[in-house]
Design a protein around this ligand. Structure first.
Ligand SMILES: NC(=O)c1ccc[n+]([C@@H]2O[C@H](COP(=O)([O-])OP(=O)(O)OC[C@H]3O[C@@H](n4cnc5c(N)ncnc54)[C@H](OP(=O)(O)O)[C@@H]3O)[C@@H](O)[C@H]2O)c1
Length: 312
């Protein structure tokens, strides 16, 4: 049996993406032989080419391949113990090919499909087109396929990425918190979960080596990061020493905006409605769930207050 703590070979598919980069870094940091599968070894985007170089310089084995190339995928999977998928878009659907290849390879001791969001089985998305999209409906389909496959798995429910949801104080298209005005969706008091991306990756990499997370859903729920939109705004206001001008969009108006915004641009509205208006992340964990800060109390995660400090 592989000593999962020190020797598990980790393959990350989607390593050039937003959360994938954090996964690669966490895997290296925890000492795992780290492999990534990319669609091109020579990407035309110079930033991506530079990223691949920096991964190689850190000891990462960079492999090329498409998720539709079954033979290649089987060969790649035979070199590793654990697969973490952080793909987006069409890649989410194509994860069925990872499952198929993993069954044939017979080497995979843990598969973590691309989730890293809200709990798809427990948090409702009320807008049909969004609910049935690859990001939601297809991820649920993948869950069922993984469960049926017999491949040991962990589903990671990370809550929101702080870079998307907190840095903007819950607004659109902002990389850092505004200092003058902010829009509040609904009454702004429903609690959601938002986590620092580096911590999401650390908890994920901790979980791959743990029999306690096998065939479970791992929820990353630090108590300080269970926050409403108003909580995040208040934290920020206390740091900058003044209050922001607030425009409140009523619950009915959020519904109307979501309905009137064409898909897929309405996805952030639909998620915001689910999490921060309806409070859909406020459910009790059940026997299929485990919680990351309870399992790994040694991980020093960033609280939402600490996260916001970088923007002062
Ligand atoms: N919780 C949150 O707040 C939150 C926010 C955003 C996303 N998410 C979730 O996090 C996961 C990753 O999202 P992200 O924003 O990090 O993604 P991203 O930045 O769009 O990156 C996606 C990665 O997947 C690769 N990829 C995409 N389609 C592929 C395919 N068909 N075959 C192989 N590789 C493919 C891309 O490779 P290339 O470099 O070749 O394009 C890239 O490396 C998704 O499940 C997403 O729903 C959660």
């Amino acid at each position: 049996m592989v000593d999962m703590h020190t020797k598990a070979k980790v393959l990350i598919i989607g390593a050039t993406g937003f959360i994938g980069i954090y996964m690669v870094k966490a895997s290296i940091k925890l000492g795992h032989p780290t492999f990534i599968l990319v669609r091109s070894l020579t990407p035309s985007d110079p930033a991506k080419a530079q990223l691949l170089k920096s991964f190689r310089d850190s000891g990462v084995t960079v492999l090329e391949g498409d998720l539709n190339d079954h033979e290649n995928l089987v060969n790649v999977l035979r070199q590793v113990d654990v697969v973490i998928a952080t793909v987006s878009g069409s890649g989410i659907r194509e994860q069925v090919n990872i499952i198929k290849a993993a069954k044939e390879a017979g080497t995979i001791k843990r598969f973590l499909p691309s989730e890293f969001a809200i709990d798809l089985d427990k948090a409702t998305i009320e807008f049909e087109e969004v609910a049935e999209s690859v990001e939601f409906g297809m991820k649920q389909t993948i869950r069922r396929e993984v469960e049926k496959s017999g491949i040991p798995y962990t589903f990671v429910v990370s809550g929101g990425f702080a870079g998307y949801w907190s840095a903007s104080l819950g607004n659109d298209n902002l990389d850092s918190p505004p200092r003058d005005k902010v829009t509040i969706w609904g009454d702004g008091t429903a609690k959601g979960i938002v986590n620092n991306e580096e911590d999401i990756a650390t908890f994920t990499l901790k979980a791959i080596a743990d029999t306690g997370t096998e065939n479970k859903t791992l929820h990353i729920r630090p108590k300080e990061n269970k926050v409403s939109q108003r909580d995040i705004i208040s934290l920020w206001e206390s740091k900058i020493g003044h209050t922001l001008e607030k425009t409140v969009v009523s619950q009915e108006e959020v519904v109307k905006i979501t309905q009137e915004t064409p898909f897929p641009k309405n996805i952030p509205h639909a998620v915001r409605y689910s999490v921060w208006v309806k409070g859909s992340q406020n459910f009790e964990l059940d026997s299929n769930d485990v919680e990351a800060t309870e399992l790994y109390p040694d991980v020093r995660y960033k609280t939402m207050s600490e996260y916001l400090d970088q923007f002062i």
